[in-house]
Design a binder for this molecule. Structure first.
Ligand SMILES: Nc1nc2c(ncn2[C@@H]2O[C@H](COP(=O)(O)OP(=O)(O)OP(=O)(O)O)[C@@H](O)[C@H]2O)c(=O)[nH]1
Length: 798
């Protein structure tokens, strides 16, 4: 609970949308404060929030302690991040000042220097949550919400920086290459040759560092002659093999590496302008009234150690970077490992390859695999990986690229070079889901920008702080720049994106304020500290961290309503393995697509939504069948009020699964009717079992195995809603499916008389309870015990 002792009262702008209770509580505070129009109300609210906060902190700390004890939490960084998430959920309770922030309803409080990564679907570089300091302002300003009578308010906080976000997936910028070149005419060959020429790269890397340089070649930071250090500084030793898809024993200098990379840059953009500093605050900057920070920052030998009085001072001293250029797309890569003694032969072959220039006309004459996989024979062929982490496409590609030139059959990306038709098909499937290039440029205060270009003064991989600062002092006295000293191992990169507004349908790349801190250890007193995370660090624990984030941040905690007003809808998400059930569920809950999900266990979530103008709580059970044959336990089926039936349009077997599941449910229902309701008319599935049918992965229509009309036909038979969706790309259509299911459950409930008494609303018997009578009620008991979390019973009453 050390964070409770934190002296600072800085804030971050945290885009956690509706899946945190903090924003909701913040909203409530804000609205209440505006209604009353008096600062006292904020204080009262704050007091109450504070008490609730402390209680929740205690509960959550116990939970974290428990997880740590059972070793569920990953090592320090993740657990630290987890603690930060939890902390963020609580600290808003002391955010009276925040309620004065106009237009910052979704802000939450984290101490400056704390942040964690939420956005894992950005490919190589995942951006992180804002840690912009609030500064205390003692006089009212134009941005402050003054009292109704215009009298001066109490001191309040404002964020130091206001920055815009930039939509990097702007549909206007994205031009999907849909037309397939006609392979049988010269123009088609020419087109394909051009595509291959610009997208295929083979890099012979003599050392592991060489490999890293090639791997991170799209990421640059002005002023750094070796920018990869900045980006790779966050790579943990044990994560690096996973990043390359090569076992650790091969990553040494006894070997050389061939990096095969096929890249598709769908969107290339640049961002003009720069960070804005609040004009009100700019005037106050020389002596901002901020809480004292007694932290000590070790900036290495270049800059020396210094006591930083405030975050602002630190910032002024060290300056910032923002993103000025970026590109979004996807890239396939594979690392092939050879013994170092093969280097001369490999170099010779590379020359030969370059001479051929991947011309598809010539490509067919070549046995590319023989050329690169037979002689010299690699000691290891790494995994095929896509930077975006899109496993579906890799699963599709792997069998098509299998070669048996080696002792075992291994998918080889080199095969694509000799198979233009396959290359073309694959290339068109690559979607813009990963950030492939980022250029960070020094910027400050809107009108200043300087580019170092290639800085030859420092060839150590670290910019010379003294040199940078000399420059800044000359040209812009307020701007500083920090580099790492030679004595320290690497840069720590600090990304401070501002007020992220990740719109549901378009990926927004937040322009980052970035502070490079000389390889200093994370210092709790350091104003800004953060790692850059990579998609390959999506370990199981990382995923469970994310899941637990969703769980812990259940909006239920923030609902201030009588329980009985909220009806509960239990939804079972059903479908064969890997159809995208988790992707759909997480997309609905968080509006985000992560790419990889926990396949080992069922996950249960709660989420508040409006159905027909009424608030409801969706309790969603994301199932996890072991195989196509696993049609789920009867208990789970009985538990549900409705089913979200998911199949993948790329997988006929998953469509068949839905049909088998439907029969299974009907059989269970027949058991129910034969036991207790034999005299009843057998109802159709549709009028008793609310369900919706969803065909997922509609973004990959080229690989479709289930035609739309078959989905429609099945939905017609079940008399239910049907849609083809893509969890990877859509939000609203997925939300529609859930809402539609909620409506269906409501209408079935209305049809089934007698109406449910208000006292039992919270534990509304499921449809199967009602159909199967007491037998099922008893069996559900155990599940209910789980479903009734503490958070429910602790709901404050109006
Ligand atoms: N292209 C594409 N891939 C998707 C989509 N939805 C999910 N995936 C991918 O499909 C794979 C499986 O997704 P999951 O959400 O784990 O599927 P699941 O049904 O929960 O899997 P199990 O838990 O094993 O039953 C992952 O690699 C996802 O990235 C989609 O709309 N489009």
């Amino acid at each position: 609970m050390c964070f409770l002792d934190a002296q600072w009262n800085f804030s971050i702008a945290l885009d956690i949308n509706e899946w945190t209770c903090t924003s909701r509580r913040q909203l409530i505070s804000d609205r209440a404060c505006r209604r009353v129009g008096h600062a006292n109300s904020c204080q009262k609210m704050t007091k109450r929030n504070h008490i609730i906060g402390i209680i929740l902190v205690n509960v959550i700390c116990c939970f974290v302690a428990f997880l740590t004890a059972v070793d569920c939490l990953p090592q320090q960084p993740n657990s630290r991040r987890k603690a930060i998430v939890l902390r963020s959920l609580q600290q808003v309770s002391s955010s009276a000042n925040n309620s004065l922030l106009n237009g910052h309803d979704t802000d939450a409080i984290l101490p400056v220097g704390e942040a964690f990564n939420l956005f894992q679907s950005y490919g190589l570089l995942a951006f992180n949550i804002n840690v912009a300091p609030l500064i205390l302002v003692s006089a009212p300003s134009s941005r402050a919400i003054a009292n109704a009578n215009g009298s001066p308010t109490q001191p309040f906080s404002l964020p130091l920086f206001q920055m815009t976000t930039h939509p990097v997936l702007d549909q206007k910028l994205y031009k999907p290459e849909n037309s397939r070149p006609h392979m049988n005419n010269a123009r088609g060959h020419q087109q394909l040759m051009e595509v291959m020429d610009r997208s295929v790269r083979l890099h012979l890397c003599r050392t592991t560092e060489d490999l890293m340089i090639r791997f991170l070649s799209g990421f640059t930071v002005d002023g750094l002659s070796k920018p990869w250090w900045a980006f790779a500084a966050a790579w943990k030793k044990h994560v690096i093999p996973r990043i390359y898809g090569v076992p650790p024993s091969y990553l040494n200098d006894d070997n050389v590496f061939l990096l095969v990379r096929i890249e598709k840059r769908s969107i290339v953009g640049s961002i003009n302008g720069s960070m804005l500093l609040e004009p009100d605050l700019m005037a106050k900057l020389p002596s901002p009234s901020v809480p004292d920070i007694s932290g000590k920052v070790d900036t290495g030998t270049d800059a020396g150690s210094k006591q930083w009085r405030s975050a602002v001072e630190f910032f002024l001293q060290f300056g910032t970077h923002i993103i000025t250029d970026y590109s979004v797309g996807d890239a396939l890569f594979q690392v092939i490992v050879y013994n170092a003694s093969s280097l001369p032969l490999l170099s010779e072959k590379m020359v030969q390859l370059r001479a051929e220039q991947f011309n598809p006309v010539n490509a067919t004459k070549f046995d590319w695999n023989k050329l690169l996989l037979s002689h010299p024979t690699p000691v290891h062929v790494g995994k095929l990986q896509l930077i975006s982490g899109n496993r579906t496409l890799i699963n599709w590609l792997e069998p098509r690229l299998a070669v048996s030139t080696l002792p075992e059959t291994i998918p080889s990306s080199i095969r694509l070079l000799g198979a233009p038709v396959l290359f073309n098909l694959f290339y068109r499937q690559m979607q813009p889901r990963a950030v492939l290039k980022v250029k960070l440029t020094t910027s400050f205060c809107g009108d200043y920008r300087h580019e170092y270009g290639n800085n030859n003064e420092s060839n150590t991989g670290r910019v010379s702080t003294q040199m940078a600062q000399r420059h800044f002092v000359k040209s812009a006295p307020n701007v500083g720049f920090v580099g790492s000293s030679r004595s320290l191992p690497a840069f720590r990169i600090v990304v401070i994106p501002p007020l992220p507004s990740f719109s549901p349908l378009s990926l927004s790349l937040t322009r980052c304020v970035l502070v490079l801190v000389a390889g200093a250890p994370v210092d709790p007193c350091l104003p800004f500290s953060l790692h850059v995370f990579f998609p390959f660090s999506r370990t199981k624990s990382h995923l469970s961290f994310l899941n637990s984030g969703i769980m812990n941040s259940s909006p239920i905690k923030g609902i201030r309503r009588k329980k009985s007003l909220l009806s509960e809808i239990k939804v079972l998400v059903v479908g064969g393995p890997s159809v995208g059930k988790s992707a759909l569920t997480v997309r609905y809950l968080t509006k985000r697509y992560i790419g990889e999900y926990d396949h080992q266990s069922e996950n249960r979530y709660k989420h508040e939504a409006m159905i027909n103008g009424e608030p409801v709580i969706f309790e969603i059970l994301d199932t996890c069948p072991k195989s196509d044959k696993d049609l789920l336990a009867v208990d789970s089926i009985q538990w549900a009020d409705g089913f979200l039936l998911v199949y993948s349009i790329l997988d006929k077997a998953s469509f068949d699964y839905i049909q088998r599941f439907r029969r299974h449910v009907l059989e269970i229902r027949n058991i129910g009717t034969s036991h207790g309701k034999a005299d009843q008319q057998p109802a159709t599935a549709s009028n008793t079992i609310p369900c919706v049918l969803v065909g997922n992965k509609a973004d990959m229509v080229h690989l479709r195995q289930v035609p739309t009309h078959e989905g429609e036909q099945l939905a017609k038979e079940m008399e239910c809603y049907f849609a083809e969706v893509a969890a990877a790309e859509q939000v609203s259509s997925i939300a529609d499916a859930f809402v539609e299911l909620g409506r269906e459950v409501h209408s079935v409930r209305r049809r089934s008389k007698p109406p449910i008494s208000s006292s039992s609303t919270h534990s509304t018997p499921s449809l199967f309870d009602r159909m199967l009578g007491s037998r099922s009620s008893a069996s559900i008991g155990s599940i209910r015990a789980y479903a009734r979390g503490k958070s429910d019973s602790a709901l404050p009453k109006d």
